[in-house]
Ligand binder design. Structure first.
Ligand SMILES: [Fe+2]
Length: 333
């Protein structure tokens, strides 16, 4: 009965999306959209992965269906993705029912050989006991992706490229990062640097005072420095990143849309520094247009690694549209 009701309610969403896709296909060029399936931008791609963030799944309101449309888009990629990363706030509140909703969605689509979950602050709010929160993240990681982990931080490879996943061990909006995690991170970076390949770090919270923070957190002029970022551990993490070249730090959390430095807004999705680049993925489920950028939901990046560069390609996974205005190409050193 409930399933039937959701299905009926979901029909208008699908219909709306179909209309939007048809319009985009007709007039996409005018608006800077390109309707096309996922495939490599050019020859010589060595690895590619999708990154989305802040899916905020609940068991209701059609959110699972909205995620599933994006997963379907990824599963139909002409050039198969090597990974899918969901960069935190996977659930809206970390309850079992929400994790189950996510697990169900993931079970229905073959998006990539390496689906990667990152813990977000909302994912830690299912219990007052952080041991329960951690156990749930580990449990649903296994169920949704098949991965065995023992901590909320772990490492993997994306078609041979090092990927390091960091995560909060507490239940605050900022991140709680233990000394053990910092030491582990330093070791992982050292190991990764020996591959001489670009390194991808995923952490839900951005580095403090980047991407327009603290202002972009609640649009308050007098927010404390560090608000909306990692918190106390930010400086130590950044110091480790700065030791190496070709490092990409990918976050979510802010709930902005795509924006470039050319847009002249306080928020920019991508910030380039010597040796490292910070990328803030938009909120997949509901971007807040006040925070800057293009606020359509369903957005994220397809990241393509080439011999001499990494390309972040802005995509709306719901409508199957590239948004090349927000693409960023970073030359490797
Ligand atoms: Fe979020």
């Amino acid at each position: 009965m409930l399933t039937a009701l959701v299905s009926v309610l979901f029909r208008p969403i699908r219909a709306g999306i179909a209309v939007f896709m048809a319009i985009a296909a007709l007039f996409g060029g005018i608006f800077g959209f390109e309707k096309a399936e996922i495939s490599h931008k050019k020859d010589g791609c060595l690895a590619s992965f999708a990154v989305i963030s802040d899916t905020h799944l609940t068991e209701a309101n059609g959110r699972r269906e909205v995620l599933e449309i994006g997963l379907e888009d990824m599963s139909k990629a002409k050039d198969k993705l090597d990974a899918l990363v969901i960069c935190g706030d996977i659930t809206d509140h970390g309850y079992d029912s929400m994790w189950e909703s996510f697990t169900l969605a993931m079970s229905r689509y073959d998006t990539s050989a390496n689906d990667i979950m990152v813990i977000g602050n909302h994912d830690t709010w299912g219990s007052d006991d952080v041991a329960v929160t951690k156990a749930n993240f580990i449990k649903y990681n296994k169920l949704a992706t098949g991965r065995d982990i023992s901590e909320v931080y772990y490492s993997t490879e994306i078609n041979g490229y090092p990927a390091i996943i960091l995560g909060s061990e507490g239940d605050h909006t900022y991140a709680t990062v233990s000394d053990e995690q910092i030491e582990w991170f330093a070791d992982e970076m050292e190991k990764a640097s020996r591959t001489d390949k670009p390194v991808f770090i995923f952490f839900h919270q951005p580095i403090n005072d980047t991407h327009g923070l603290p202002y972009t957190w609640e649009m308050k002029k007098d927010d404390e420095p560090g608000t909306g970022g990692i918190g106390d551990a930010s400086d130590r993490i950044l110091e480790i990143i700065k030791k190496y070249d070709n490092v990409f730090y990918i976050s979510g959390h802010i709930h902005a849309g795509f924006s470039t430095e050319d847009d002249k807004t306080v928020y920019s999705s991508v910030e380039r520094y010597d040796g490292y680049t910070l990328i803030n993925s938009p909120c997949y489920m509901y971007s807040d247009f006040l925070r800057g950028g293009n606020f359509l939901n369903g957005t994220g990046y397809v990241v393509e690694v080439y011999e001499n560069e990494v390309i972040f390609r802005a995509r709306n996974f719901i409508s199957g549209i590239w948004q090349p205005k927000y693409d960023e190409t970073i030359e490797l050193i």
